[in-house]
Design a protein around this ligand. Structure first.
Ligand code: 1CP
Length: 358
């Protein structure tokens, strides 16, 4: 009921940025493209700025440097999407949870597992610790506008489930057993954490939109760890709450949901959250995904990041197969997960040439 009918005029169908047209339900060809983690350590110019900034959190909270690395892949490749340079874990950090990014071992957080620890979190992050990140959005948007770029600025956050995984576990994990255990064993307590995240994430995404983000993406990297009933409760329900709360204030901004490894639960996620676009992970058959979502809902994905590392014939065959399957429907070319740091930058250039010629 909240989704526009196919072809129905929305503010974004009348403008010319290819990615916004695809998000509005148009089968733009050749498809717009960007790559998850397109700013990062595979780029020498990123490593240079990263070294200048000091640690990763310092980079995320330095608006000038964060804007600079956001724009690097746009300058180099002319991507259709520029994703704000930040991290999903900056939300718990901004709420007051101690976080550090240790070299080679990934993020480390002081685990949140008690009512007192949850109550100590401050969801009013936008005027506080997250203010520099909102400022980055303003700077990137101004830079894109100054050059009349056709690049769409994408704001993002982690979905409550995935962010809660890291908050409870305290670090990355294959199965997030502590978080899933808390969700089963202490659902009231876990629900309190999820509600805090819904509140903080909604305000954070709305602030990004107000600062100039033209599309929003919710990363749910660990959606695929849940049983169907838990998936409904901790992925679909909170995501739907965020989408509906954003639409109330900002009905026009398109939202991309990426429930990674959701498998057949993608259909219910698409229907019940009402996002305009579904991010599709590498394991998913695109023909199946096309049938599982509505015709006006765009798909985004799902080239294997390892095919991009390999390059050559393997890359070409995979990319062409994806393009052949997606032709004729609203679609945004992307990877099925973040770019690998060993990716040769010239393989990305080759992929851009291939996609641009359709
Ligand atoms: O030192 C460095 O340069 C740190 C590496 C790095 C980078 C470049 C991290 C640490 N985060 C990022 C940026 C980032 N992360 C972006 C920026 C923009 C872009 O896409 O170009 C985005 C959107 C994210 C999102 C993110 N962070 C996700 C969701 C997507 C996914 O990859 O599944 C997740 C799960 C994280 C957590 C995180 N941050 C960093 C790392 C190494 C991890 C993974 C931790 C783990 O589980 O092992």
């Amino acid at each position: 009921t909240e989704r526009p009918a196919p072809g129905q005029a929305t503010p974004s169908t009348t403008q010319s940025k290819p990615m916004l047209r695809a998000l509005a339900g148009e089968a733009v060809w050749p498809p717009p493209m960007w790559l998850m983690r397109q700013a990062g350590r595979y780029l020498p110019e990123y490593r240079e700025v990263r070294a200048q900034a000091g640690d990763f959190i310092a980079l995320c909270t330095n608006p000038e440097l964060a804007a600079e690395v956001t724009l690097q892949p746009i300058r180099r490749y002319g991507m259709d999407g520029a994703i704000l340079f930040s991290d999903i874990l900056m939300v718990p950090w901004a709420m007051g949870q101690p976080l550090r990014f240790a070299e080679g071992e990934g993020p480390q957080l002081a685990p949140v597992r008690t009512a007192a620890a949850i109550e100590a979190l401050d969801p009013a992050i936008c005027a506080g610790n997250a203010a520099p990140i909102i400022q980055t959005v303003r700077l990137v948007r101004a830079a894109l506008d100054a050059h009349a770029q056709k690049t769409t600025l994408i704001g993002f956050a982690g979905s409550p489930w995935t962010v809660a995984c890291y908050m409870v576990e305290g670090h990355g994990s294959r199965d997030f057993a502590a978080a899933r255990g808390m969700a089963y064993g202490e659902p009231q307590l876990f629900g309190k954490l999820i509600r805090t995240l819904v509140e903080a994430t909604t305000a954070y995404l709305l602030a990004q939109a107000e600062a100039g983000a033209e599309a929003l993406m919710l990363f749910d990297s660990w959606a695929g760890t849940l049983s169907p009933s838990q998936f409904r409760r901790w992925v679909i329900e909170p995501t739907g709450q965020i989408v509906r709360a954003i639409r109330k204030v900002n009905p026009a901004i398109p939202i991309i949901g990426f429930p990674r490894l959701a498998g057949p639960m993608l259909a219910e996620y698409a229907q019940r959250t009402g996002v305009q676009c579904l991010g599709v992970d590498t394991t998913m058959d695109l023909r199946w995904a096309s049938g599982a979502v509505e015709a006006h809902q765009a798909l985004q994905g799902n080239l294997d990041p390892l095919a991009l590392v390999a390059g050559g014939m393997a890359l070409e065959a995979e990319a062409r197969s994806i393009l052949g399957t997606m032709r004729g429907r609203p679609y945004i070319f992307n990877l099925g997960h973040g770019i690998e740091k060993v990716t040769p930058p010239e393989h990305v250039a080759a992929l851009v040439r291939l996609v641009r010629t359709g």
